[in-house]
Design a protein around this ligand. Structure first.
Ligand code: PLP
Length: 415
């Protein structure tokens, strides 16, 4: 008998019918795979037909505690029964507690809350410009990097700078320049007293899971200081334990002026945040920026629960260990499939199998899913693995075995 999906009204819908509705009623701005996910358990996702997948997408590096984690479920349910939303006309307890915990975990002084990574970056961009304005020395130029991804609203899109995402949306937010990621000389050449800020991902996630050359990130702080510019870190993808420290920048002791966070922070509940130093906090004075939903009690309770789990030395050490284990396995996969893969790269549990130009990463996703593994594409040559941070080594073994079978199937289709 085929598995059925039962909605709240008890209506039974099969996958084919739901897919037809999706096709008819959803805006076609995405290219989703043709399955409908219904439930999750830890590192496993289950679709409406009862098929089970190992979820090494994890909502694109979001579901840090996996699916249906009992503590997160309980924190959300408890808070939902007590207080969901009050607006920023008032403080609320979970939000104040979250702000304190987040400052403690990151070493920054103050936090602003919003609902996504894009919004956190918009806030960071506004902070950078307004900071200089407040000092009576207006600056607007922002230096970002090629292959960056900072989001898709107009400000974040300008920072992202990818022509494919920008086409048809002009005029764009101006005075943003892009230089090659990791090219210190090129960056130095662009720095002057007009630069308001440098914005960078410690590891480029969407761009392909790219790390800059050793020493590059460390050079940014003195360079920014030399020119009176702010240093802004986009840790939307790398933050909240993904690379094995609470912030990826903590691995090298890099202190920025502001750091944006989202993705893993709510464990799947939409939460974005900006943490800043006291020095620049005045860049967003009262009335300068805001969000209706940002920092609401429900989102804050979810984030507080995730933070309490992730920001533990043992938990972070396990992420580093499992990350190294996954890296080793992916390198083995590449060796076994030289026509399709050349190696692996990444940090912690943010990893990519580097694929050859025999096949585009995006074109591998369906085959991987058909072999029971959910992964994503990153950049031109990255098949990205971002499992829940609670993934086990046994699940990594199984995921790699499934990827192996998927790659074998793909090889069969090569001429
Ligand atoms: N910044 C980085 C580094 C990201 O990886 C993403 C999303 O992939 C964003 C910003 C945008 O975040 P969101 O999709 O939550 O708006």
């Amino acid at each position: 008998m085929e598995a059925k999906s039962v909605d709240a009204e008890g209506t039974v819908e099969r996958e084919a019918e739901l897919l037809a509705w999706a096709d008819r009623h959803l805006l076609k701005n995405y290219r989703p795979q043709q399955v409908i996910m219904e439930r999750g358990e830890g590192s496993v996702l289950i679709d409406t037909e009862g098929r089970r997948y190992l979820d090494f997408c994890a909502g694109v590096a979001v579901c840090a505690l996996g699916h249906a984690h009992p503590a997160l479920t309980e924190a959300i349910a408890r808070q939902a029964a007590q207080l969901v939303h009050v607006s920023n006309y008032f403080y609320n307890r979970p939000n104040v507690e979250l702000a304190r915990a987040l400052c403690e975990a990151t070493g920054y002084d103050r936090a602003f809350f919003c609902n996504s990574g894009t919004e956190a970056n918009e806030a960071m961009l506004k902070l950078a410009r307004r900071y200089h304005h407040e000092r009576g020395e207006p600056r607007s130029r922002i230096i970002a990097f090629h292959k960056a991804f900072h989001g898709r609203t107009m400000g974040a899109l300008a920072l992202t700078g990818n022509p494919a995402y920008m086409e048809g949306f002009g005029p764009h937010v101006g005075d943003v320049e892009h230089v090659d990621y990791g090219d210190l000389d090129a960056l130095r050449a662009r720095m002057n007293s007009e630069v308001a800020a440098i914005i960078i991902e410690p590891v480029q996630g969407e761009g392909g899971v790219n790390s800059p050359p050793a020493g590059f990130l460390e050079a940014l702080r003195p360079l920014a200081d030399e020119h009176g510019a702010l240093l802004l870190l986009d840790e939307v993808q790398t933050g909240v334990g993904r690379t094995g420290q609470f912030l990826a920048s903590q691995t090298i002791g890099l202190q920025a002026d502001a750091v944006s966070l989202a993705k893993g922070l709510g464990g799947g509940f939409p939460v974005g945040a900006l943490v800043v130093t006291e020095r620049v906090a005045g860049g967003l004075p009262p009335g300068a920026h805001g969000s209706t939903f940002g920092g609401n009690p429900l989102a804050s309770a979810a984030a507080l629960c995730v933070l309490e789990h992730v920001n533990q030395p043992d938990f972070l050490a396990a992420v580093r260990q499992k990350g190294a284990y996954l890296a080793d396995k992916l390198a083995g996969l590449a060796e076994a499939h030289p026509r399709l893969a050349t190696g692996e790269r990444g940090q912690g549990l943010l990893r990519a199998l580097v694929v050859t130009d025999a096949v585009a990463p995006r074109d591998m996703l369906t085959v991987m899913r058909e072999h029971g593994l959910l992964v994503t594409a990153a950049g031109r040559d990255g098949l990205r693995f971002t499992p829940p941070l609670v993934v086990t080594e046994a699940e990594i073994d199984e995921a790699v075995a499934r990827a192996d079978r998927g790659l074998t199937a793909l090889e069969g289709g090569l001429s």
